[in-house]
Design a protein around this ligand. Structure first.
Ligand code: ZN
Length: 203
């Protein structure tokens, strides 16, 4: 019921992307929402819709998410045995393609895909629930991805998702992040747009 109000707040805030977590109750132990909600968000949001698919067999739904209004679609490397093909499917919909990696997945698994993608989404918590604590080891992973991007001349941006707040944002940016996803830090605050502004000013 409050979704429309929150989207209006975001439209007027300094946030540039609206990150949507889609969960299936199988790849992650939680269920979020599907196409109807994304379409409803798209109808009122003026921001880039950054859709993060935490679902098994994401390739089955790429066209539907594109149709629902996704500007970016990120799939988990852990769910994609044919990752290159899945990335091609996303690009065929004229949508920017991202690859998300869980905390235990090594950066080396990105070597053969890094030049083909627009985003690397580094999970800095185990995906499934909001409000978790940032895994400190993620800073090293961000730096490793940055190094890989520089080595390969990839155009991919680094997005960091999980436990981001005003205290750790500076270190995350310094490690090489281009985009920060903040959930709890923003929405649990008394004045969300003020927190967004302060996060934005750190970068
Ligand atoms: Zn996410």
């Amino acid at each position: 019921m409050h979704l429309a109000d929150e989207i209006k707040m975001l439209n007027e805030s300094e946030a540039e992307w609206l990150h949507l977590d889609v969960m299936d109750g199988r790849f992650v132990p939680n269920i979020s929402y599907g196409f109807p909600v994304i379409k409803a968000v798209k109808a009122i949001s003026t921001q880039v819709l950054d859709v993060h698919l935490m679902i098994l067999e994401p390739e089955k739904y790429i066209a539907d998410f594109a149709k629902a209004g996704a500007d970016h679609i990120s799939v988990h490397i852990e769910t994609c045995p044919h990752l290159h093909r899945t990335i091609q499917m996303i690009h065929a919909e004229n949508v920017k393609a991202g690859v998300a990696i869980n905390p235990h997945t090594p950066i080396s698994s990105l070597v053969d895909i890094i030049e083909d993608i627009d985003l690397v989404l580094i999970m800095s918590v185990n995906p499934g629930f909001g409000g978790q604590k940032f895994i400190q080891q993620s800073l090293k992973k961000i730096a490793e991805v940055k190094e890989l991007i520089l080595q390969t001349n990839s155009k991919a941006l680094i997005e960091v998702d999980g436990g981001v707040n005003l205290e750790n944002a500076k270190d995350i940016i310094r490690a090489g992040a281009d985009a920060l996803v903040a959930g709890n830090a923003v929405f649990a605050a008394e004045n969300p747009s003020e927190i967004i502004k302060r996060l934005h000013n750190i970068g």
